[in-house]
Design a protein. Structure first.
Length: 569
């Protein structure tokens, strides 16, 4: 059973996640402390880590940095989750804060805010109590602000929860408060604290400054350097758990090259040890077998990603092991590099004719061996993830391309392409014609890019009738119009003459109602850095999906594209 470590400050949310994940047949380990989480990672080696990004004292960022600097854990996956929504700062201003101070604290800005408050009080001829209150769970930030305010002559009170806070503020009102608007736990919520204070006649005149760590623009580089694998913003609890589960499933399909498990089958213990040590240093996981029988046992027990198989071994030689593996569908797809001290061309041809992925002779040149291992793994991964119908790159390549652009902070646009009512067409005409339409759509995309001279654009096939193009923001309108023009020209040719003349087909929908479906068209949604920055593939996908869903509203009018032009506030 696969292990999932949950590091979450709010125990109620942690328990909720844990229960849901356990129902999906995962073993969960819970902790509210990031340092303890790191020790659990070292001991338990979980497949996935679910981490609350906004832990107290910035523990989550420190956890990520330490995790990625630890050799034995560097290739472990992490899912980053926050209950902080994108417009939290805006909601803070709506609730009544007069300014928002971002962490790490800018003392110069804090000085200006305090000066403005003093002038405000002076202009109103209002008396000053020289008192300030801080509501935050971040001890380092609280200590820094307290030190600064006390130097300015203020008496400072601090709270980490809402317990007794309202009554104390009524009894002894401060000149101003600093409230962390990121706090969102079962016992405290920064925005709710502000709303309550502003709705109470006795506290509504207290000036409130918001504190926030949610500065994605400034912290983006730090987050990316920390090697976040996925980043989920939580918008409501109904979708929260499903998003986590989908993220875990997605991560399980993406195995970093260097974390691959390799079986070294060789009767020379000295040579096996040398190769193992070298591969271990490169981040691979290695297991060794000293004869053919042990190799067979370990193949089924460990399910390695690649086998380095010596031909001359006792009990069962390499050829016998090879034939057993290839005759069993369960393990036949595992790539094999044959090795031998025999350097004759005949031996090499025999090995390759049997179906070996590569062949290397002893004594090994370690650099050559490393190069061959990486080449085979990369080739197998690439072939496995390409769509078999269109031969276009699949989800792994798509995510790698988008992640690279995000990391390098380069401008890009992602075009999500989907066929309206493809299921109805497929049910009506059959999967052979459906496959033909999918292949033709891929051809339309390729030809559109070629005709426009956009040869550096990336085309991927997500699956089914869903495609993706990654391009430059300024190319979006021209490219989408070209795709629609070419697709709408070929679409009617896939229909029988009577259906084409009628302009629709009649078949059942997903609820088995008889429906009329018009000539198939495209719904295209576009996410672009022209209006917002992205921190993860998940964010790009969310915006692109929203726009594609919007484009589908116009399917009765034919193909339509929608570009996200909503600027981040």
């Amino acid at each position: 059973m696969k292990k999932v470590l949950i590091i979450y400050y709010d125990k109620q949310i942690a328990d909720l996640i844990s229960k849901f994940i356990q129902e999906k047949n995962y073993f969960t380990i819970l902790t509210q402390n990031a340092k303890e989480g790191l020790e659990i990672c070292k001991k338990e080696r979980p497949e996935s880590v679910i981490l609350d990004l906004f832990m107290p004292n910035c523990e989550s960022i420190q956890f990520l940095l330490e995790l990625r600097s630890c050799p034995e854990l560097a290739n472990r996956v992490s899912i980053i989750i926050t209950s902080v929504i994108e417009d939290r700062e805006l909601n803070g201003f709506r609730s009544g804060i007069i300014d928002c101070l971002k962490k790490p604290i800018d003392v110069n800005k804090l000085t200006k805010i305090i000066s403005d408050i003093k002038n405000f009080k002076l202009n109103l001829l209002s008396s000053s109590s020289n008192k300030a209150t801080i509501v935050d769970t971040d001890e380092k930030a609280v200590d820094l602000i307290t030190y600064f305010l006390e130097k300015e002559g203020y008496i400072v009170r601090t709270f980490s929860t809402t317990e007794n806070i309202y009554q104390e503020l009524l009894n002894d009102k401060p000149d101003f408060m600093l409230v962390n608007i990121d706090i969102d736990t079962s016992v405290s919520n920064g925005l709710e604290i502000i709303k309550t204070l502003k709705s109470n006649p006795g506290t509504k005149d207290i000036l409130i400054i918001g504190l926030s760590s949610l500065n994605l623009q400034e912290n983006k580089k730090m987050l990316l350097l920390s090697n976040i694998t996925d980043y989920n913003k939580v918008y409501n609890i109904d979708t929260f758990l499903d998003e986590i589960y989908l993220a875990i499933l997605k991560l399980e399909t993406i195995k970093p090259l260097k974390s691959a498990k390799i079986l070294i089958a060789d009767d020379s213990i000295t040579l096996s040890t040398l190769v193992k040590e070298t591969l271990d240093e490169e981040g691979f996981q290695c297991v060794c077998a000293k004869d053919g029988e042990e190799a067979i046992q370990l193949i089924y027990k460990e399910m390695p990603d690649l086998i380095l198989l010596d031909i001359n071994m006792p009990k069962k030689d390499g050829y016998q092991v090879f034939k057993e593996i290839k005759s069993d569908v369960l393990v036949s797809n595992i790539p094999i590099i044959l090795s031998t001290a025999r350097s004759s061309t005949k031996e090499k041809i025999l090995g390759l004719e049997l179906g070996a992925d590569d062949y290397i002779t002893k004594p090994y040149d370690i650099e050559e061996l490393m190069a061959r291992i990486k080449m085979v793994l990369k080739r197998i991964t690439s072939v496995a993830e390409c769509n078999p119908l269109t031969k276009l790159p699949g989800n792994v390549s798509i995510e790698e391309t988008i992640n690279t652009l995000i990391t390098q902070q380069r401008p890009f646009a992602v075009i999500y392409i989907d066929m309206n009512d493809f299921k109805a067409f497929n049910d009506y005409y059959g999967f052979i014609k459906g496959d033909e339409l999918i292949r033709s759509t891929a051809r339309v995309l390729l030809e559109s890019i070629k005709e426009l001279g956009y040869n550096d654009d990336f085309i991927g096939h997500i699956g089914g009738d869903d495609f993706i193009i990654i391009t430059h923001p300024e190319r979006v309108d021209t490219l989408c119009k070209k795709i629609i023009e070419k697709f709408d020209k070929i679409a009617p040719s896939f229909y029988e003459p009577e259906d084409r003349e009628r302009g629709y087909i009649e078949t059942t929908d997903r609820r088995w109602n008889i429906m009329k479906f018009p000539i198939i068209s495209l719904a295209i949604g576009v996410a672009t850095t022209a209006v917002r920055d992205f921190i993860s593939v998940g964010e790009v996908s969310k915006i692109g999906t929203e726009m594609k869903k919007y484009a589908k509203k116009f399917k009765d009018k034919g193909s339509y594209y929608a570009v996200d032009r909503r600027r981040m506030k």
